[in-house]
Design a protein around this ligand. Structure first.
Ligand SMILES: Cc1cc2nc3c(=O)[nH]c(=O)nc-3n(C[C@H](O)[C@H](O)[C@H](O)COP(=O)(O)OP(=O)(O)OC[C@H]3O[C@@H](n4cnc5c(N)ncnc54)[C@H](O)[C@@H]3O)c2cc1C
Length: 280
C-alpha cells in the first residue's frame, strides 16, 4: 500500500478547505470501502481527509421527518428508537448490512457515496424518497436520491463536495414497506435485493415505490413496475404481471456471486413475496 497523509479536520469548513488545497486528496468516513480499494490499488490518494471528527455530520434529528447526518453509522441508525419506529424498512436494511464490527464503523453517507449497485442503505432510502444534501465550499444543494446515482462508483457528487445529510419526509401511517436481500451466506453483499413501499386504500394500491439492488449498474428505482401497480387492485394476476415486469426491467450481470438469470429470478420472487407481505 502506498503511503498517504491522514488529516482530521474539526469542522466542515476546514474539511472543504483542505480538499481544495491538497491535490489527490480523498474524503474518508468509516473506511470500510475506501481502505479495501486502496489495498487493492484501485485508488492511490495522496491524503485522506477524515470526516469523523466533525460532530454535526453524525447527528440524527427527528423533526417531523428526519435528518440523518451522513456520518451516522449503520449501528447508530439501528440504535435510534424513534427512527426505527418511524422508518422500520430503513432499520430492516441496516440490520442486514455486513457484520456488527462493520456496522459500528460503516457510515450511511459512505454507503451511498461509494455508489455500489449492492449498497443496502440505498434501497430503503430510495423507496422513502430521501433527499441528500451536498455541500461545497461555495454552496449547498439538495437532490432526490433517485437522481444521485449515475453508475457503478459514479454519482453526481463533485470532487469538492461532501454529503452532509440524508433527509426524510414525515412517515405516513398509511404506508407499509419491506426489505428483502439474498446473499450467498447471511453476511454477504446482495446477489439481489428489493425494497418495496406501498400505500393501500380500499384494497387498491394508491402509491408504490420499488427499488432493487445488485441487478443493474446502480441501485435502481423500478418506475415501470410502480406505474403498473398504482391504481390497481391487488390480485394474483396483477402480482404476476408485476413479477414479470420486474424481471424484464432489471439488467443484471453474471459475476462470481451469481448469474444474470438467477438475479432476475430472485427479483421476480422478491417482487411477489414483497407484495404478499405488504398486502397480507
Ligand atoms: C466485510 C465487509 C462487509 C460488507 N458488507 C456490506 C453489506 O452487506 N452491504 C453493503 O451495502 N455494504 C457492505 N460493505 C461495504 C461498506 O461497509 C459500506 O458500503 C459502508 O457503508 C461504507 O461506508 P464507510 O463510511 O466505510 O465509507 P468509506 O469507505 O469511508 O467511503 C466510501 C466512499 O465514499 C466517499 N465518502 C464517504 N463519506 C462521504 C461523505 N460524507 N461525503 C462525500 N464522500 C464520502 C469516500 O471518499 C469513498 O469514496 C461491506 C464491507 C466490508 C469490508
Amino acid at each position: 500500500m502506498r503511503r498517504f497523509d491522514y488529516l482530521r479536520p474539526k469542522s466542515l469548513k476546514e474539511a472543504l478547505q483542505l480538499k481544495k488545497t491538497i491535490a489527490g486528496a480523498k474524503y474518508i468516513s468509516g473506511g470500510t470501502d475506501l481502505i479495501v480499494q486502496i489495498k487493492n490499488r484501485e485508488l492511490q490518494p495522496t491524503t485522506l481527509i477524515s470526516l469523523r471528527s466533525i460532530p454535526e455530520l453524525a447527528r440524527i434529528e427527528i423533526n417531523g421527518g428526519a435528518r440523518i447526518g451522513a456520518l451516522a453509522t449503520i449501528s447508530d441508525l439501528i440504535q435510534h428508537i424513534e427512527l426505527g419506529h418511524n422508518y422500520p424498512v430503513l432499520i430492516a436494511a441496516a440490520k442486514r448490512l455486513g457484520s456488527l464490527q462493520i456496522r459500528n464503523v460503516a457510515t450511511t453517507g459512505g454507503n451511498l457515496c461509494n455508489c455500489s449497485p449492492s449498497a443496502d442503505m440505498a434501497l430503503p432510502l430510495l423507496v422513502l424518497e430521501a433527499k441528500v444534501r451536498l455541500q461545497s465550499a461555495k454552496a449547498s444543494r439538495e437532490i432526490p436520491l433517485s437522481e444521485f446515482f449515475k453508475g457503478p462508483g459514479k454519482s453526481c457528487l463533485s470532487s469538492d463536495e461532501i454529503m452532509t445529510d440524508i433527509l426524510l419526509e414525515p412517515p405516513s401511517q398509511k404506508t407499509k414497506a419491506t426489505f428483502l436481500k439474498k446473499g450467498r451466506v447471511k453476511m454477504d453483499l446482495a446477489i439481489a435485493s428489493l425494497a418495496l413501499l406501498v400505500e393501500i386504500e380500499g384494497g387498491r394500491c394508491r402509491k408504490a415505490r420499488i427499488a432493487a439492488g445488485s441487478v443493474a449498474s446502480m441501485p435502481l428505482r423500478l418506475f415501470d413496475v410502480e406505474a403498473l401497480l398504482e391504481g390497481s387492485t391487488i390480485s394474483k394476476d396483477s402480482v404476476s404481471k408485476a413479477q414479470q415486469l420486474a424481471r424484464d426491467t432489471v439488467s443484471p450481470i453474471t459475476d462470481l456471486r451469481a448469474t444474470e438469470e438467477y438475479r432476475r429470478h430472485v427479483v421476480g420472487v422478491y417482487m411477489k413475496r414483497g407484495l404478499e407481505k405488504v398486502f397480507g
